[in-house]
Design a protein around this ligand. Structure first.
Ligand code: UDP
Length: 311
């Protein structure tokens, strides 16, 4: 009999790639999503398979899944700054109540629990690259706190269930990830720049563009997630691509790669926008034998092709 995984947020960008990955490896998958930022389009190609079930449900309420469950993966949350500013309370609730309800399901079923956390727990980091041992620099009352603090709370809750209820847990801290099925209008830098480039419109660089990010292709991330889930390591593990770029350089790179006539237009930097972000992946390398394989060139070409079809 196949093992069975519940994937909350399974109709989202990363969640839908995970559903696919698990089905390819002969797991039964229960995809749970309330479709606030997820979309049935992302999982349409999976529906109809008997190993795949979709439940439209908000995990801030009790999560009831009949039958056996071996893994509960919590990937449910708005994840782009624009989305979580538009849904601040939903973001706080899914990080807190949603994590609680999904942990309760794992406890009830004796399932292994996997939390999708984020590099945002490091806030505007004063240390670079960021290792898992860095405690972060977060403004608890700033506009991004609805996401940062919800995820920090989710990590605390997950470790609480592990220590108190002996739930077997894993925590990943995901750094900027991109690829097909990102929402076109989610406001993040990758969809914004690619769409602007494809329409020959100016690329909107916030601030002077000297802030940095490190971009990981989704297939690399999903491979790392699976290896972490199957590992014995309980504490948080960074997954991301350590190749760091300034946003201004990234803008020029996207223009070049898409053969666009776009120029650059500068707009104000949003409040508390982290100045630098680069994962230290020493732990993941040693523990999981994992490191990203897909180059920015290759990954962006795939992503541009996806957006070109959707625009
Ligand atoms: N950014 C930008 N132009 C855009 C969207 C984002 O210059 O149209 C910048 C943003 O200010 C940040 C970086 O790109 O410094 C990454 O932003 P994103 O929203 O993708 O995610 P974040 O890493 O901030 O969570």
């Amino acid at each position: 009999m196949n093992e069975r995984a519940v994937i909350a947020g399974g109709a989202g960008f990363i969640g839908s790639h995970l559903c696919e990955y698990f089905l390819e490896r002969s797991y039964d998958v229960v995809c749970v999503d309330n479709l606030i930022t997820g979309a049935v389009d992302n999982i349409a190609h999976l529906s109809g398979r008997k190993e795949f079930v979709f439940m439209e449900h908000d995990i801030t309420g009790p999560l009831r899944v009949p039958g056996r469950v071996n893994y509960v993966l919590n990937f449910a949350s708005p994840a782009s700054p624009v989305d979580y500013l538009e849904h601040p309370l939903e973001t706080l609730k899914v990080g807190s109540f949603g994590t609680y309800q999904s942990l309760e399901l794992a406890k009830e079923k004796g399932a292994r629990y996997f939390l999708a956390s984020t590099s945002e727990v490091y806030g505007d980091p004063l240390v670079s690259p960021q290792p898992e041992t860095y405690w972060g620099n977060v403004n608890s009352v700033g506009p991004r706190s609805v996401y940062d603090e919800a995820k920090r709370f989710a990590e605390a809750m997950t470790m609480g269930y592990h220590r108190f209820h002996k739930v077997d847990v894993r925590i990943v801290r995901i750094f900027n990830t991109y690829g097909p099925r990102m929402r076109l209008n989610d406001g993040r830098v990758v969809p914004n720049f690619i769409l602007q480039a494809l329409h020959d419109q100016p690329l909107t660089v916030y601030g002077d563009g000297s802030q940095t990010r490190s971009f990981c292709y989704v297939s690399d991330l999903v491979e790392g997630i699976y290896r972490l889930l199957m590992s014995d390591h309980r504490g948080p593990v960074n997954l991301g691509n350590p190749e760091e770029r300034k946003i201004i350089d990234f803008a020029r790179y996207v223009i070049g790669l898409s053969g666009s006539r776009s120029t650059i237009a500068y707009s104000p930097l949003p409040q508390d926008d982290p100045k630098q972000r680069k994962p230290d992946i020493t732990l993941a390398k040693g523990l999981l034998g994992w490191e990203p394989k897909v180059s920015l060139d290759q990954g962006l070409k795939e992503t541009i092709a996806y957006f070109a079809k959707k625009k």
